[in-house]
Design a protein around this ligand. Structure first.
Ligand SMILES: [Zn+2]
Length: 249
């Protein structure tokens, strides 16, 4: 789905933990280079490549992957994509999620206890899928860490906003020329409405609420949520409302 000039929301089918949904990595490009934000679940390479080509962009122009955070549905495709692009891709993430993405720490939401809980309610094939992912979680090298407030000089300028809570190093990206926030999992769209992070999947809700408040400082017209897709215009009004409710103002 084209959401602004040279910005596309890729649409990937995801079947994970018994749920069939669509997730939305972002693709940004200009004449000579392309950036992918998040990579889908393990096994997503073909779908990602197809979606990129389908947007009219050459897969060979892919130079950079920005990871909003360490969760499996965001980093899953990383090893395969970087492997087929053989050293031509720079991977960026926040330093607090870097050790998880690189496999030095185990992914915070894939610990034994949590996995056992999730397994209980799942049919056999999904249990096996989770077991497989759990036994060899995807990892990849982070070439460069991004700081809060850093201006990334790509695609007309992208401001990185550290929005922890969902994970310690969760990032949102503000694409200035389009007044678009790529929100990762800090915001979601449910039944057409913009909502905050999922309580179930957000270990530190207090930090996530503070992150919502931080987002009210930006002139955000549009939001791309990894779960739920595109929202706008006038997203800043809804973000202010969400933040006020969450922070008891
Ligand atoms: Zn997610």
């Amino acid at each position: 789905m084209r959401i602004a000039e040279n910005i596309e929301a890729l649409e990937l089918r995801m079947n994970l933990m018994g749920q069939n949904t669509i997730i939305y990595p972002a693709l940004l490009w200009d004449l000579d280079e392309t950036t992918l934000v998040d990579t889908g679940i393990p096994g997503s390479l073909d779908a990602v490549r197809w979606e990129i080509e389908n947007a009219g962009v050459s897969f060979e122009s892919l130079r950079r992957i920005i990871l909003t955070h360490q969760d499996i549905d965001h980093i899953g495709g990383l090893p395969e994509i970087t492997r087929v692009r053989e050293g031509k891709i720079e991977v960026l993430a926040h330093e607090e999620d870097k050790p998880y993405i690189e496999g030095d720490k185990s992914l915070i939401k894939m610990n034994r206890e949590r996995m056992a809980q999730m397994m209980e309610s799942l049919p056999e094939p999904q249990q096996q899928q989770l077991e497989r992912i759990f036994s060899t979680p995807p990892t990849g090298k982070v070439d460069r860490t991004i700081r809060d407030g850093e201006e990334l000089p790509f695609h007309g300028g992208i401001e990185a906003i550290h929005t922890p809570g969902h994970t310690p190093g969760h990032l949102s990206l503000f694409v200035k020329k389009a007044r678009l926030l790529i929100a990762g999992d800090e915001l979601r769209v449910e039944e057409g409405e913009l909502v905050g992070p999922s309580e179930w999947a957000t270990p530190d809700m207090e930090r996530a609420k503070a992150s919502l408040r931080k987002l009210t400082g930006y002139q955000i017209d549009y939001v791309l949520c990894y779960h739920g897709g595109f929202y706008g215009p006038n997203a800043f009004e809804r973000i202010a409302e969400l933040s006020a409710t969450a922070n008891g103002q």
